[in-house]
Design a protein around this ligand. Structure first.
Ligand SMILES: Nc1ncnc2c1ncn2[C@@H]1O[C@H](COP(=O)(O)OP(=O)(O)OP(=O)(O)O)[C@@H](O)[C@H]1O
Length: 235
Protein backbone atom coordinates (compact mmCIF):
# COMPACT_ATOMS: atom_id res chain seq x y z
CA UNK A 1 0.00 0.00 0.00
CA UNK A 2 1.20 3.52 -0.79
CA UNK A 3 2.75 5.57 1.96
CA UNK A 4 2.34 8.70 -0.15
CA UNK A 5 -0.36 9.33 -2.78
CA UNK A 6 -0.63 12.59 -4.67
CA UNK A 7 -3.54 13.01 -7.08
CA UNK A 8 -3.85 15.73 -9.74
CA UNK A 9 -1.90 18.24 -7.68
CA UNK A 10 -1.77 21.81 -8.91
CA UNK A 11 0.21 24.69 -7.40
CA UNK A 12 -0.43 28.02 -9.04
CA UNK A 13 1.38 31.22 -8.14
CA UNK A 14 0.03 34.61 -9.19
CA UNK A 15 2.58 37.42 -9.02
CA UNK A 16 1.70 40.89 -10.38
CA UNK A 17 -0.93 39.35 -12.66
CA UNK A 18 1.46 36.67 -13.98
CA UNK A 19 0.31 33.09 -13.39
CA UNK A 20 2.93 30.36 -12.91
CA UNK A 21 1.84 26.72 -12.82
CA UNK A 22 4.61 25.41 -10.57
CA UNK A 23 2.79 22.05 -10.44
CA UNK A 24 0.36 21.27 -13.23
CA UNK A 25 -1.60 18.11 -12.43
CA UNK A 26 0.97 15.88 -10.72
CA UNK A 27 -0.05 12.36 -9.63
CA UNK A 28 2.35 9.99 -7.91
CA UNK A 29 2.42 7.03 -5.50
CA UNK A 30 5.42 6.30 -3.31
CA UNK A 31 5.67 3.11 -1.25
CA UNK A 32 7.31 2.64 2.11
CA UNK A 33 11.04 1.93 1.78
CA UNK A 34 11.48 3.44 -1.70
CA UNK A 35 14.45 5.65 -2.60
CA UNK A 36 13.28 8.16 -5.21
CA UNK A 37 15.06 10.93 -7.09
CA UNK A 38 13.04 13.90 -8.35
CA UNK A 39 14.87 15.48 -11.26
CA UNK A 40 14.33 18.41 -13.60
CA UNK A 41 15.88 21.67 -14.80
CA UNK A 42 15.80 24.90 -12.81
CA UNK A 43 12.23 26.19 -12.42
CA UNK A 44 10.61 22.84 -13.32
CA UNK A 45 8.78 22.54 -9.98
CA UNK A 46 11.05 20.24 -7.92
CA UNK A 47 11.17 22.36 -4.78
CA UNK A 48 7.45 23.07 -5.02
CA UNK A 49 6.80 19.33 -5.14
CA UNK A 50 9.13 18.72 -2.19
CA UNK A 51 7.33 21.41 -0.19
CA UNK A 52 4.04 19.64 -0.89
CA UNK A 53 5.44 16.20 0.00
CA UNK A 54 6.83 17.62 3.23
CA UNK A 55 3.51 19.36 4.08
CA UNK A 56 5.41 22.64 4.20
CA UNK A 57 2.95 24.23 1.75
CA UNK A 58 -0.62 23.64 0.55
CA UNK A 59 -1.61 22.96 -3.06
CA UNK A 60 -4.03 25.10 -5.07
CA UNK A 61 -5.87 21.92 -6.13
CA UNK A 62 -5.45 18.19 -5.78
CA UNK A 63 -5.16 15.65 -3.02
CA UNK A 64 -2.39 14.34 -0.78
CA UNK A 65 -2.78 11.14 1.24
CA UNK A 66 -0.07 10.32 3.77
CA UNK A 67 -0.46 6.78 5.10
CA UNK A 68 -3.98 6.85 3.59
CA UNK A 69 -4.91 9.97 5.60
CA UNK A 70 -6.03 13.02 3.57
CA UNK A 71 -3.61 15.76 4.60
CA UNK A 72 -6.11 18.57 3.91
CA UNK A 73 -8.31 17.24 6.74
CA UNK A 74 -5.54 17.54 9.32
CA UNK A 75 -5.39 20.36 11.87
CA UNK A 76 -2.34 22.62 12.01
CA UNK A 77 -1.13 20.82 15.15
CA UNK A 78 -1.45 17.44 13.35
CA UNK A 79 0.57 18.89 10.46
CA UNK A 80 3.23 20.17 12.84
CA UNK A 81 3.40 16.71 14.37
CA UNK A 82 3.87 15.13 10.91
CA UNK A 83 6.70 17.58 10.16
CA UNK A 84 8.32 16.68 13.47
CA UNK A 85 7.66 12.93 13.71
CA UNK A 86 6.84 11.38 10.34
CA UNK A 87 9.16 13.34 8.02
CA UNK A 88 12.81 14.31 8.44
CA UNK A 89 14.22 17.14 6.31
CA UNK A 90 17.71 17.63 4.86
CA UNK A 91 18.64 20.86 3.05
CA UNK A 92 21.41 21.78 0.61
CA UNK A 93 23.01 24.34 2.95
CA UNK A 94 22.64 22.05 6.02
CA UNK A 95 20.59 24.68 7.96
CA UNK A 96 22.46 24.11 11.22
CA UNK A 97 22.43 26.70 14.01
CA UNK A 98 25.96 28.12 14.26
CA UNK A 99 25.73 29.01 17.96
CA UNK A 100 24.67 25.48 18.94
CA UNK A 101 26.99 22.51 19.36
CA UNK A 102 26.48 19.37 17.25
CA UNK A 103 24.71 17.77 20.25
CA UNK A 104 22.40 20.78 20.59
CA UNK A 105 21.64 20.96 16.86
CA UNK A 106 20.73 17.27 16.66
CA UNK A 107 18.55 17.28 19.79
CA UNK A 108 16.38 20.20 18.53
CA UNK A 109 13.55 18.07 17.00
CA UNK A 110 13.22 16.18 20.29
CA UNK A 111 13.23 19.41 22.32
CA UNK A 112 10.42 20.79 20.09
CA UNK A 113 8.53 17.52 20.38
CA UNK A 114 8.64 17.71 24.18
CA UNK A 115 7.01 21.15 24.00
CA UNK A 116 3.80 19.86 22.39
CA UNK A 117 3.48 16.19 23.32
CA UNK A 118 1.58 14.99 26.36
CA UNK A 119 3.46 14.73 29.66
CA UNK A 120 3.53 10.91 29.54
CA UNK A 121 5.17 10.93 26.05
CA UNK A 122 7.85 13.44 27.00
CA UNK A 123 11.45 12.24 26.77
CA UNK A 124 13.67 12.79 29.80
CA UNK A 125 16.91 14.75 29.47
CA UNK A 126 18.81 11.44 29.81
CA UNK A 127 16.77 9.75 27.04
CA UNK A 128 17.33 12.70 24.71
CA UNK A 129 21.09 12.61 25.38
CA UNK A 130 21.22 8.87 24.72
CA UNK A 131 19.25 9.05 21.44
CA UNK A 132 21.33 11.99 20.22
CA UNK A 133 24.59 10.25 21.11
CA UNK A 134 23.52 7.05 19.32
CA UNK A 135 22.51 8.80 16.11
CA UNK A 136 25.67 10.98 16.06
CA UNK A 137 27.66 7.78 16.54
CA UNK A 138 25.75 6.15 13.63
CA UNK A 139 26.75 8.97 11.26
CA UNK A 140 30.37 8.67 12.42
CA UNK A 141 30.74 11.95 14.31
CA UNK A 142 30.86 11.00 17.99
CA UNK A 143 34.26 12.64 18.55
CA UNK A 144 32.80 15.94 17.27
CA UNK A 145 29.69 16.01 19.45
CA UNK A 146 30.74 19.08 21.49
CA UNK A 147 32.09 21.08 18.53
CA UNK A 148 30.28 23.86 16.66
CA UNK A 149 29.25 23.57 12.96
CA UNK A 150 32.00 25.98 11.80
CA UNK A 151 34.62 23.57 13.20
CA UNK A 152 33.45 20.79 10.82
CA UNK A 153 33.87 20.19 7.08
CA UNK A 154 30.90 20.53 4.71
CA UNK A 155 30.45 16.75 4.55
CA UNK A 156 30.54 16.48 8.33
CA UNK A 157 28.00 19.30 8.64
CA UNK A 158 25.67 17.47 6.26
CA UNK A 159 26.07 14.33 8.41
CA UNK A 160 24.99 16.41 11.40
CA UNK A 161 21.94 17.55 9.40
CA UNK A 162 21.21 13.91 8.52
CA UNK A 163 21.48 12.95 12.21
CA UNK A 164 19.07 15.77 13.05
CA UNK A 165 16.64 14.53 10.36
CA UNK A 166 16.80 10.99 11.79
CA UNK A 167 16.78 11.59 15.54
CA UNK A 168 12.97 11.74 15.67
CA UNK A 169 12.84 8.32 13.93
CA UNK A 170 10.78 9.52 10.93
CA UNK A 171 9.35 7.10 8.33
CA UNK A 172 10.23 9.43 5.44
CA UNK A 173 13.36 11.50 4.77
CA UNK A 174 13.08 14.38 2.27
CA UNK A 175 16.31 15.89 0.98
CA UNK A 176 16.62 19.00 -1.21
CA UNK A 177 19.91 18.84 -3.15
CA UNK A 178 21.68 17.18 -0.18
CA UNK A 179 25.04 17.08 -1.97
CA UNK A 180 24.70 20.42 -3.77
CA UNK A 181 27.17 22.20 -1.48
CA UNK A 182 29.68 19.32 -1.36
CA UNK A 183 32.60 18.17 -3.51
CA UNK A 184 32.14 14.94 -5.48
CA UNK A 185 33.92 12.63 -3.02
CA UNK A 186 32.07 13.98 0.02
CA UNK A 187 28.80 13.95 -1.92
CA UNK A 188 29.35 10.25 -2.66
CA UNK A 189 29.91 9.55 1.05
CA UNK A 190 26.69 11.37 1.96
CA UNK A 191 24.75 9.39 -0.69
CA UNK A 192 26.20 6.12 0.64
CA UNK A 193 24.99 7.12 4.10
CA UNK A 194 21.50 7.86 2.72
CA UNK A 195 21.52 4.45 0.97
CA UNK A 196 22.34 2.75 4.29
CA UNK A 197 19.46 4.61 5.92
CA UNK A 198 17.15 3.49 3.08
CA UNK A 199 18.28 -0.14 3.57
CA UNK A 200 17.04 0.13 7.16
CA UNK A 201 13.55 0.73 5.76
CA UNK A 202 13.17 4.52 5.57
CA UNK A 203 11.61 6.07 2.49
CA UNK A 204 14.00 8.60 0.95
CA UNK A 205 12.98 11.29 -1.54
CA UNK A 206 15.79 13.39 -3.01
CA UNK A 207 15.55 16.43 -5.25
CA UNK A 208 18.60 16.76 -7.44
CA UNK A 209 19.66 17.97 -10.85
CA UNK A 210 22.76 15.74 -10.74
CA UNK A 211 22.53 12.52 -12.79
CA UNK A 212 25.20 10.84 -10.64
CA UNK A 213 23.20 11.49 -7.48
CA UNK A 214 19.96 10.27 -9.10
CA UNK A 215 21.75 7.03 -10.06
CA UNK A 216 21.96 6.09 -6.34
CA UNK A 217 18.14 6.00 -6.24
CA UNK A 218 16.11 3.00 -7.39
CA UNK A 219 13.43 5.18 -8.96
CA UNK A 220 13.64 8.43 -10.88
CA UNK A 221 10.84 10.91 -11.51
CA UNK A 222 11.51 13.66 -14.08
CA UNK A 223 9.57 16.92 -13.94
CA UNK A 224 9.32 19.59 -16.63
CA UNK A 225 7.12 22.70 -16.48
CA UNK A 226 5.28 21.35 -13.43
CA UNK A 227 4.41 17.99 -15.06
CA UNK A 228 5.84 14.52 -14.56
CA UNK A 229 7.33 13.54 -17.92
CA UNK A 230 8.90 10.26 -16.82
CA UNK A 231 8.67 7.95 -13.80
CA UNK A 232 10.76 4.78 -13.99
CA UNK A 233 13.29 2.54 -12.29
CA UNK A 234 16.83 3.98 -12.51
CA UNK A 235 19.04 2.50 -15.19
N1 LIG B 1 6.66 31.82 -4.10
C1 LIG B 1 6.60 31.85 -5.43
N2 LIG B 1 5.96 32.85 -6.07
C2 LIG B 1 5.88 32.88 -7.43
N3 LIG B 1 6.43 31.94 -8.23
C3 LIG B 1 7.10 30.93 -7.66
C4 LIG B 1 7.23 30.83 -6.23
N4 LIG B 1 7.94 29.69 -5.94
C5 LIG B 1 8.25 29.14 -7.12
N5 LIG B 1 7.74 29.85 -8.13
C6 LIG B 1 7.83 29.54 -9.58
O1 LIG B 1 7.36 28.20 -9.76
C7 LIG B 1 8.17 27.53 -10.70
C8 LIG B 1 8.75 26.27 -10.05
O2 LIG B 1 9.69 26.68 -9.05
P1 LIG B 1 10.52 25.63 -8.17
O3 LIG B 1 11.27 26.41 -7.16
O4 LIG B 1 9.62 24.57 -7.68
O5 LIG B 1 11.50 25.01 -9.26
P2 LIG B 1 12.80 24.10 -9.08
O6 LIG B 1 12.67 23.01 -10.10
O7 LIG B 1 12.93 23.68 -7.67
O8 LIG B 1 13.97 25.08 -9.49
P3 LIG B 1 15.51 25.16 -8.96
O9 LIG B 1 16.17 23.89 -9.43
O10 LIG B 1 16.04 26.38 -9.65
O11 LIG B 1 15.47 25.29 -7.46
C9 LIG B 1 9.23 28.52 -11.17
O12 LIG B 1 8.78 29.11 -12.38
C10 LIG B 1 9.28 29.54 -10.06
O13 LIG B 1 9.66 30.80 -10.55
Amino acid sequence: MSQITIKDMVKRYVTCGTVTMALDGVSVDINEGEMVAIMGPSGSGKTTMLNMLGVLDTPTNGEYFLNQTPVEKLSSSNLAEIRNKTIGFIFQQFALIDEYTIQENVELPLVYRNLYCSRKDRLSRGEIKKRVYNIINDVGLKEHINKYPAQLSGGQQQRVAIARALVGEPDIVIADEPTGALDQKTGKEVMELLMDINKKGKTIIIVTHDEKIAAYCKRRIDILDGKIISDKASA
